[in-house]
Design a protein around this ligand. Structure first.
Ligand SMILES: [Fe+2]
Length: 467
């Protein structure tokens, strides 16, 4: 049977004679406890003006029934919500009860993903069925909360207790896939996103989610090849895609064979295709090819005369994906230490992209303040040093940073009302670090503690309470 070779044994924390480090636990150990909103302990002083809910999303369960999923990206998703008001905080933690997970728990066995038995996988492929794990991002749109993963539709979550309401196509608008990386353009009062449709001619569907009114599909680009595409970025005028040469192995996908890592192939000979889609004239897409490189995430972009300026975290290749898979198998490797903050300039007339590395610091999960999205920013925020530091970077590449204590890891800082909010993972606990954005090296002014283990949260959002 093919399936056995794709399974990895559950890591044994005592096998190496000691506790695995936090940077391994956040990729391997299930959410410690599920609960609705309950009071959280605050260390330090929460700013009085900070009012709202921090939502974070990521993996919550890395396997079931004594078997581990083949890659951390196959994990069932979980959300954390931390409500802050009047200097106090409450929090909720919940694994998403997606249709696939509910079905598996009822059946008492893994039925989806690459850890399911091969005949089951093949049947799933024939029937076009998969499990939407909702494990990557979480957004708030028109007061509704949606957990996202790139190979499925949005999963709506009840903000009152984080219970799962179910998958939605946003009124018949969204196709089979809706990327986990919508981007807001502040000046257009809308979120933008894409969704792939794999097939003989793979399509890239483009969506607009306005602050008021219905979601809509604004265009479709025929790609002509099946990429793995995680993120994109938007300016006031353009949606920009840097489509790295990571190709989905369609024969393996169709026959449901091999491991999760084997589903994707790095093909540097194809280069990176640059797609610049005018938001108001999406059929007039400009496309050209440049050097091969990879990026997981963008910080921001803006339009400058006939140029697009794009800040992103660049990798030489797709190797970090394998690194994450190895840590999921108990390898304990540091893995996101190769990304570097870059600024690219696309000349729309010359059809060229030039890219400059701004800093030599390892960097990931970049963001900008909500009002800066789609326009020129002064500072971007990110984690530095392989998830070990919280910081800001300016256009000259100057980094100001707070190095986390040994044994703590964080992702994606979010700017809210002059503060930076991070979810930082410690041993058997996690905390929301609240930093004064103007004094990051001083460390957090407050920590809001979650008293159980929280696996890595990739992305999130802060929904301010203006009431
Ligand atoms: Fe991401």
């Amino acid at each position: 049977m093919v399936a056995a070779s794709t399974l990895t044994p559950a890591p044994n924390p005592t096998a190496s004679g000691g506790e695995p480090p936090v940077q391994s636990l956040i990729w391997t150990q299930d959410l410690g406890r599920e609960h609705g909103f309950e009071p959280l302990r605050v260390e330090g002083t929460l700013p009085k003006q900070l009012r709202g809910t921090l939502y974070r999303n990521g993996p919550g369960q890395f396997g079931q029934f004594g078997r581990r999923y083949s890659h951390p990206f196959e994990a069932d998703g979980a959300a954390q919500a931390i409500r802050i008001a009047d200097g106090a905080a409450t929090g909720a933690s919940r694994v998403h009860q997606t249709a696939g997970l509910v079905e598996e728990r009822a059946a008492g066995k893994i039925k989806y993903g690459l850890s399911a038995p091969w005949p089951t996988r093949l049947a799933n492929m024939w029937r076009g069925r998969n499990k939407n794990t909702a494990n990557t991002n979480i957004i708030v749109w028109q007061g509704r909360v949606f957990a996202l993963m790139e190979a499925g539709r949005p999963t709506e979550i009840d903000p009152r207790d984080l219970s799962t309401l179910g998958e939605t196509d946003l009124g018949g608008v969204v196709g089979e896939m809706f990327s986990a990386h919508p981007h807001r353009v502040a000046s257009r009062n809308a979120l933008y996103n894409f969704g792939l449709e794999y097939g003989r001619n793979t399509k890239l569907h483009l969506y607009e989610l306005p602050d008021v009114g219905a979601a809509r599909r604004i265009g479709t680009v025929d790609l002509g090849y099946p990429p793995m595409l995680h993120d994109f970025i938007a300016t006031d005028t353009h949606l920009v895609f840097l489509v790295s040469p990571t190709r989905v192995n369609v024969p393996r996908m169709m026959t449901a064979t091999g491991t999760f890592e084997q589903l994707f192939q790095w093909k540097p000979e194809h280069g990176t295709e640059v797609l610049c889609v005018p938001i108001d004239r999406p059929a007039e897409v400009l496309r050209f090819t440049t050097d091969a490189f990879y990026q997981w995430h963008f910080a921001n972009a803006w339009t400058r005369a006939n140029e697009l300026v794009i800040d992103y975290v660049r990798y030489a290749d797709f190797g970090s994906f394998r690194g994450i898979g190895q840590i999921g198998a108990g390898g304990g490797r540091e893995l996101l230490g190769e990304g570097r903050y870059h600024r690219a300039v696309v000349d729309l007339a010359a059809r060229t992209l030039t890219s400059e590395q701004l800093s030599d610091r390892a960097c990931e999960f970049p963001t900008v303040a909500p009002g800066d999205e789609g326009r020129e920013h002064r500072l971007a925020y990110a984690v530095f040093g392989d998830l070990g530091g919280i910081g800001a970077i300016d256009g000259a590449g100057r980094v100001v940073e707070h190095a986390l204590p040994e044994g703590e890891r964080a992702t994606e800082p979010l700017f809210a009302d002059g503060y930076l909010l991070t979810l930082t993972h410690a041993r058997d606990a996690a905390y929301v670090g609240v930093y004064d954005a103007a004094r990051i090296p001083d460390g957090p002014v407050a920590k809001v503690w979650i008293d159980h283990h929280v696996p890595i949260t990739f992305h999130g959002t802060f929904a301010p309470d203006r009431g």
